[in-house]
Design a binder for this molecule. Sequence first.
Ligand code: MF3
Ligand code: CO
Ligand code: CO
Length: 264
Amino acid sequence: MAITINDQQDIEKMRIAGKLAAEVLDYIAPFVKAGITTEAIDKLCHDYMVDVQHTIPAPLNYAPPGHTPYPKSICTSVNHQICHGVPSDKVLKNGDILNIDITVIKDGYHGDTSRMFYVGEPSIQAKRLCEITYQAMWLGIHQVKPGNTLGDIGFAIQQHAHKHGFSIVEEFCGHGIGKKFHEDPQVLHYGRPKTGLKLQAGMIFTIEPMINAGKRHIKQLGDGWTIVTKDHSLSAQWEHTVLVTEQGFEVLTVSAGSPAAYTS
Ligand code: MF3
Ligand code: CO
Ligand code: CO
């Protein structure tokens, strides 16, 4: 399938959608504490998107081929949950780590971003997994420039995860994004330098590595959505939506509360 090259008007709309998605994460951060349920986090985010931002939560009723419609407005993936965690009556407890993944639609354009959150004080090992995954995402982002390839991005992420003894989930990847939630290209979080699609200014895609403390293998839960590590080891993920520019890259999912960029 053809890969979208966005023009200045598309890019301006994607900047707006990206910032709004990031601002949902800023909004929810102070609520992420021991005692709250992931369902309550979903409801707070849903209402903020719909009533305050006038955005559409893209996950709600999202039904790609082979899936039942997604029942909630955000994804909350706790501890050994890798991605697509469906918010539930599960209560967060001290020491949990969780990913909150937000995708909004504004004016027909999608912004997609996720961050890791700490509930109280997680273990040193859990925090290290979150930090290395954050660095891995940024090492991937720093490969984004015209002439580099998707393989360069995947390789940078893979090197960093493996150097620290972690594994990379292979079944899910980053994706082109714009007027559609998921479009080409697929952005793998592993690969070989100088292989795969050559990047061009105007492309927009997500980089969203999922990194496990144990083995890479996954399992889908009976809800048809939530993905967990087969060995029950912890998993972390961070996600940004990124534009390829003439000079390199622009991260579109930034807000006042975005953690500082990692530069090695
Ligand atoms: N936001 C996820 C991504 O980064 C996709 C979630 S699809 C859902 O691609 F249906 F689970 F919400
Ligand atoms: Co995404
Ligand atoms: Co996402």
